[in-house]
Write a protein that binds this ligand. Sequence first.
Ligand SMILES: Cc1ncc(COP(=O)(O)O)c(C=O)c1O
Length: 448
Amino acid sequence: MSTDHSHLTSQEREKASVFHSWSAQSTINPLMVRDAKGVYVTDEDGTTYMDFSSQLVNVNIGHQHPAVVAAIKQQADLLCTIAPQHGNPARYRAAELILERSFDGAAKVFFTNGGTEAIEHAVRMARLHTGRRKVLAAYRSYHGATSTSINLTGDPRRWPNDDGSSGVLHFFGPFLYRSAYHATNEQEETARALENLERIISFEGPTAFAAIILETVPGTAGIMVPPPGFLKGVRELCDRYGIVYIADEVMCGFGRTGDWFAYQGQDVKPDLVAFAKGVNSGYVPLGGVVINEAISATFNDRVYPGGLTYSGHPLACAAAVAAIETMRDEKIVENARRIGDEVLRPRLLALQAKHRVIGDVRGLGVFFALELVSDRATKEPLAPYGASSPAMNAVIAACRDEGLLIFANFHRLHVVPPCNVTEAEAIEGLARLDRALEVADQYYTGAA
Ligand SMILES: Cc1ncc(COP(=O)(O)O)c(C=O)c1O
């Protein structure tokens, strides 16, 4: 087959030869990106957008941060790659910086190429450590695209990959706006979600579970900040039944919620933490697992049956060192918290007061979701669960027309700019969103 595509446009060439994720290939319409800087992304026609998606909620430090770019270049000059059985300062320095920011008793870091591998290995470690197989995860979750991770995932992307043999069970976590427990307040929602979780454990076999895995703040599934006491209750259940608590911090970690890790804001101590994305803002692919002392010790004299050619890749680790040091020095995590408290939350609530189509606003740090509904009374979503809709497509297109890239999932828009977005940029992005929401208002059919 001829691959001379030189007569095609750039986008046509992309579509002709690149197979895209999560897509029916004939329907894709990729934005052809030329370059980016900070919160801005410029396409090949020279149009500039504000990136309020941080791409896939991973560019926490903004695009092309000079300190991270320089560190990658420096490392490339010195040593581009090294086998995992050898040692390297970029790797141990990245591990040290991650452990310094982790829970008391965090012992070691196992590096992977991204989030889904981090989840795979966290679950493998938990299963080997406990000698058990079953794992509990939330329906409203996304944990990655490889075999174990996609089976842990609650959203409909699991369905075509799930033959029922993975040993994973799902439950409904707390989510008051669409309560699965008929709760009318957060205390009820927390108590009933925990009661249900314990009932599942006892009916499935109290000694059957290796792990409970939870995104500390579920991301793609809707940015539901857990109500007070819920994660502490999960920790207690894990302790009572000898279950490993795995925190998936792939999306919510590294500054996104205004803490280095979201579990720190929830005052809870996991056993294993899966991370990726914000660890180096995706400048070079990297993920990993923070391992507690007990699980780490399991593999002191016993071989850990897992590894990766690129575990702790020097370019990725050098990028992580620079990203973490820069986030520390430029107080980027503190900035995320302040922007959330002082700009995003109050201004998004003001947008909700103005646009009936916004049924709910929730989040923290630079991690906010808007639920778009056609009727506030019935909470009818603007797209069905697991699908898109003409209304949502129109809203997303309106954002694009306003020069705003936004993260959308089903009937939700997620406002997730880089953690170092400035106040002026945040205000400008929300003004663009405000104008785009006028398109969404046209689909509101409830009472005025
Ligand atoms: C919470 C969570 N876990 C795991 C993953 C998988 O990460 P990756 O796409 O790097 O494999 C993602 C990706 O979006 C995520 O949001």
